[in-house]
Design a protein around this ligand. Sequence first.
Ligand code: 5GP
Length: 120
Amino acid sequence: PTAPYDDDNIFAKILRGEIPSSKVYEDEWAIAFEDINPQAEIHTLVVPKGRYVSWDDFSAQAPDEEIAGFVRAVGKVARAKGLVEPGYRLLANVGENGGQEVPHLHVHLFGGQKLGRMIG
Ligand code: 5GP
C-alpha cells in the first residue's frame, strides 16, 4: 500500500509558496517548475496540486477531471517550451525501486537535447 501523504514534503511546500521555485506554468490542476538538479538541457517537473504520493494513488483515486487536467497540463508545458517538434521524454518514478525521492507525484519532462536510453 502507498504511504499516507505527508504535507511536509518539499513539493507540498513549493505548492503552498513556502519554498521558492522557478515556476514556468500554473493552472487549476498543476504547477510546473525547473528541477533544481537538472539531468538534461531542459528538465522541468510537472506537479499536480492534489495530495497524491505517486502515480499509484493518483491513477487509482483521483477523479477523472483531475487526471485529465493534470495530463493536459503536462502537454501544455511541453508545447509551451517548444518541445513537441524536437521531441521530449516524460518520466514518473514510483516508490523504492523507481527511485522516487519526493513523495508527491511529479512527472519529469526532459528535452533540449538528444536523450540517451536511461534505464537501470
Ligand atoms: P524523484 O527522484 O522523486 O522522481 O525526483 C525528485 C526531483 O526533484 C529530483 O530530480 C530533484 O532534483 C528535484 N528536487 C528536489 N528538491 C527540489 C527542490 O527543492 N526544488 C526543485 N525545483 N527541485 C527539487
